[in-house]
Design a protein around this ligand. Structure first.
Ligand SMILES: NC(=O)c1ccc[n+]([C@@H]2O[C@H](COP(=O)([O-])OP(=O)(O)OC[C@H]3O[C@@H](n4cnc5c(N)ncnc54)[C@H](O)[C@@H]3O)[C@@H](O)[C@H]2O)c1
Ligand SMILES: [Zn+2]
Length: 369
């Protein structure tokens, strides 16, 4: 890590995702978008740059980003895809390939994802596949994308049969985080991003969790003094886990804390109910209660997660679907092997492990119809 201040327009923190010759920096700052072009030119020199974004983000930020790319010597091609996770599909991917060909993109042309995790996953997969891989740059504009989706190299599109079914591991060359972009992020999306930060703290770093407990309200207000170090720590945890287990052989599974039940909630709500982070918040609570029930976590662990999540305005109740529907949704979780789910439990705040559980066992500590 380097840098101390949180002055506007400056990169104040740099951290590295350590993956040998595919290592890359994560640059964090406030109102730094105008500096992105120069940084991109350093790691992906080319005559053209290809920017992928969505309308709500494009409207506010693509002007500044495009200008900075032009100043850095690029001819810029921008593609705006419709907003929403439904755009993360093979048809949009194929449209991006068409556009890349149309604008004459070659092996050196960077694909720049400006937006949330949806844009990052879609543009990232286009970058991974076009000409067998062109440079990929992440400019995340949601909290979730900053601390989670943009780091680690998972890129994918959804199929009608399920989410993220076709994708790749493809690392970006650079992650450029301008926290100034978060000012326009809807409050619910903000909270959903903090759910992933609570998750990282819960599985990995008890002191970080305590910091979140001290600073929840200031974080929701995006006070840079506490926001930057918090994003930095959350990014560092993700980077650390990914560096040790890039392809999800073991350790990386711990990042799925709260996600088994979270995915079931999203699915039963047909992806129009709770946001991903909100569903994960409820899932964490259920997993924490289960951890207590199994005698792995001290009493009070789940309550700490619940009261912290509530302060971010996150939900704590399992949406009202029949127990059987939950059981069925849990059964098709892709992380399931031999009818047992590798369920992430806590050994108290700051330490996690997986235990094999059946869907019925997962839900035994929860109230649902
Ligand atoms: N690759 C990974 O490791 C990974 C990890 C977690 C999630 N994901 C994926 O990420 C996606 C979810 O990401 P997300 O939560 O960022 O959702 P998203 O990209 O759909 O963005 C959420 C909403 O916020 C808007 N938005 C984004 N930035 C904004 C800004 N600065 N101001 C105003 N509005 C803004 C978007 O237009 C959208 O409406 C899912 O597709 C999920 O599968 C991937
Ligand atoms: Zn998640």
């Amino acid at each position: 890590m380097s840098g101390k201040e949180t002055r506007s327009g400056r990169v104040v923190r740099t951290l590295k995702v350590d993956l040998g010759d595919r290592s890359y920096p994560v640059e964090l700052g406030v109102d730094t978008l105008a500096g992105a072009g120069k940084a991109i030119a350093r790691c992906a020199p080319s005559s053209r740059a290809f920017v992928v974004t969505v309308p709500p983000v494009s409207r506010r930020y693509s002007g500044v980003l495009q200008r900075s790319l032009r100043v850095a010597g690029y001819r810029v091609h921008r593609v705006i895809v419709p907003d929403g996770d439904a755009s993360k599909n093979p048809r949009q991917l194929s449209k991006l390939w068409d556009e890349l060909i149309r604008c004459g993109a070659d092996r050196s042309t960077p694909v720049v994802a400006l937006g949330g995790g949806m844009v990052g996953d879609l543009a990232g997969f286009a970058a991974a596949s076009y000409l067998r891989g062109v440079p990929f740059i992440q400019v995340p504009t949601t909290i979730l994308a900053m601390v989670d989706a943009s780091i680690g190299g998972k890129v994918a599109v959804n199929l009608p049969q399920g989410k993220n079914l076709v994708g790749a591991f493809y690392q970006p060359r650079l992650v450029w985080i301008d926290t100034g972009t978060l000012r326009s992020l809807p409050v619910r999306e903000r909270a959903a991003g903090f759910a992933e930060i609570i998750k990282s703290a819960a599985i990995w770093d008890a002191a970080f969790f305590e910091r979140l407990e001290r600073e929840a309200e200031r974080l929701m207000d995006l006070d840079p003094k506490v926001l930057i170090p918090t994003l930095e720590r959350a990014c560092a945890i993700k980077a650390e886990v990914v560096s040790q287990d890039e392809r999800e052989a073991g350790l990386r599974q711990l990042l799925n804390f709260g996600h088994t039940v979270g995915h079931a909630i999203e699915k039963l709500g047909r992806y129009r109910g709770l946001l991903h982070g909100e569903a994960v918040a409820v899932g964490m609570l259920i997993a924490a209660r289960k951890s207590e029930e199994l005698g792995l976590s001290p009493a009070g662990t789940a309550e700490r997660i619940r009261s912290l999540a509530l302060r971010f305005g996150l939900p704590s109740e399992l949406p009202n679907h029949p127990r059987n529907a939950y059981l069925a949704a849990l059964k098709v979780d892709k992380k399931m092997s031999d009818s047992k789910i590798r369920f992430v439990v806590l050994r108290g705040i700051g330490r996690a492990e997986t235990v094999p559980l059946t869907p019925r066992e997962v839900l035994s500590a929860s109230r649902c119809r």
